[in-house]
Design a protein around this ligand. Structure first.
Ligand code: AMP
Length: 136
């Protein structure tokens, strides 16, 4: 079971941003920028490893969910736009990175990661969650 499946099951804590019956969004624990969020489908492996192996409809629905999350992020975090990336080099569970950007180089995964306190992470996740709830 991947670490992200354990997060979905609640076995490992996460800074939750949004959730539906099929998707979950939470803060990346090593953020490139403030508000760096991951969007994942609630699937078990092996079908949950590679994004372009996903069922067409699930992939489309995940992007729409990511769009709602990104809108909430844009309202909350001071940024030019929300960058989107898929790597999956570390964790074999489909995830989309949503990264608030001020400039192109904010998206470089080789950049040093931010060190934020638990309180800061909780506050960021909570503000984004409130903004997403306000969209509905
Ligand atoms: P990649 O698979 O290359 O897209 O990278 C995995 C991402 O997941 C990295 O940005 C990690 O910081 C992030 N990550 C790994 N474990 C956790 C966790 N327990 N909670 C939140 N983010 C995580």
């Amino acid at each position: 079971m991947t670490i992200f499946s354990r997060i979905i099951n609640g076995e490992i804590p996460s800074y939750k941003v949004a959730e539906t019956d099929r998707f979950y969004a939470f803060l990346d624990i090593n953020p490139l920028t403030k508000g760096h969020t991951l969007v994942i489908p609630k699937l078990e492996e092996p079908e949950a490893d590679y994004i372009f192996d996903l069922d067409d409809q699930l992939l489309a629905d995940m992007m729409v969910f990511a769009k709602q999350v990104a809108k909430g992020m844009k309202q909350t975090i001071n940024c030019q736009r929300i960058g989107v990336a898929v790597l999956g080099m570390e964790v074999p569970h489909v995830h989309i990175h949503l990264i608030p950007l001020q400039k192109e180089t904010d998206m470089l995964f080789s950049n040093p990661k931010l060190q934020l306190t638990a309180e800061e992470m909780a506050e960021i996740a909570n503000s984004i969650a409130i903004a997403i709830d306000g969209e509905e």
